[in-house]
Write a protein that binds this ligand. Structure first.
Ligand code: ADP
Ligand code: MG
Length: 288
């Protein structure tokens, strides 16, 4: 039978905007050893602003933004929204003849009769497009037009207001290891991790590599408690399902992620995880 105190704990959590899908997860939250965070949309706002437009010779800033915006016009990725915003003009979607989103890489589209690639180093490498990696802390979107490098667009995300405090508190309440996973480039990932006091960073990961990384961490011999994964939901369902405790941020989360998660945070604040662990600890004191 389930001790009555658990119902109090789950109820108390739900009044704080934390949905815990069973007393076993409330119990597991007492012994969290490792917390793995997805970066974009979880620790950062996931709202990007274009900070640089760097055309290569033969292209104007206007051309570069236009090609990128048309290529991105069917994507819901936060990167796509920032580029179409920066372009600022109405996009005639009839001029996009074909479009393909390549997870963890970017976009391949045909528009204005030209083949456009917009994405990261991996996407350029796949198409053997020579490109330079600007030394910047932002996310770099490289653009190629008909096989020629057209330049890059740099966009920047911001750390959420309560991320740093939440991570400090997690350490204070006994979490041993903080890990960050991201598909974004290493420069940006390390800069954000340093600012936040993250212990271990894995960058430039494809969605399936995020699952593999969690499996490795899960099997690590030094681990003495539960592994929590926290994600904003976009493409996170497989990792959520693979963790001891999968935590989805419900504000942006997809239905698939909310379904796959064991704990759903109704707001997008990392500090809600701190609250969940504290409620679990109080509940244990009442129950046992
Ligand atoms: P994260 O792990 O930070 O949530 P994603 O897995 O969504 O990031 O994307 C990883 C990387 O793939 C991005 O940092 C970007 O370089 C590239 N990418 C993904 N989608 C797009 C897009 N629509 N346009 C350009 N680049 C993209
Ligand atoms: Mg993501």
């Amino acid at each position: 039978s389930i001790p009555l105190g658990f119902f109090g704990g789950i109820g108390g959590a739900s009044r704080n905007g934390i949905l815990i899908k069973g007393s076993n997860y409330l119990e597991a939250l007492n012994s969290v050893d490792t917390v793995v965070f997805d970066k974009t949309g979880t620790l950062t706002k996931g709202v990007f602003n274009v900070t640089e437009v760097n055309p290569s010779s033969g292209y104007t800033k206007e051309d570069l933004l236009m090609y990128a915006a048309y290529a991105e016009s069917f994507s819901n990725h936060p990167i796509a929204l920032s580029i179409t915003n920066a372009f600022g003009k109405t996009i005639d979607k009839n001029k996009v003849e074909s479009y393909e989103e390549i997870a963890g890489h970017g976009i391949k589209a045909v528009s204005h009769g030209k083949e456009i690639l917009a994405g990261n180093t991996k996407l350029m490498a796949k198409a053997a497009i020579p490109h330079t990696n600007a030394d910047t802390s932002g996310t770099i979107v490289h653009v190629a037009v008909d096989g020629n490098y057209a330049g890059n667009i740099v966009i920047s995300d911001e750390i959420k207001a309560d991320s740093k405090k939440a991570l400090i508190e997690l350490k204070e309440i006994g979490v041993r290891k903080l890990v960050m996973l991201t598909g974004d480039n290493k420069n940006t990932a390390h800069k954000i991790a340093n600012e936040l006091g993250i212990d271990e960073v894995h960058a430039e990961l494809l969605p399936h590599e995020k699952v593999e990384t969690v499996e490795l961490l899960d099997g690590s011999k030094s681990r003495r408690g539960k592994l929590v994964f926290v994600g904003d939901g976009l493409n996170d369902a497989p990792v959520l399902a693979r963790s001891d405790i999968g935590v989805a941020m419900g504000g942006l989360g997809s239905d698939a992620a909310i379904e796959a998660a064991d704990v759903v945070l109704m707001t997008d604040e990392p500090s809600k995880l701190v609250s969940a662990i504290k409620i679990a600890k109080r509940t244990r004191n009442i129950v046992w």
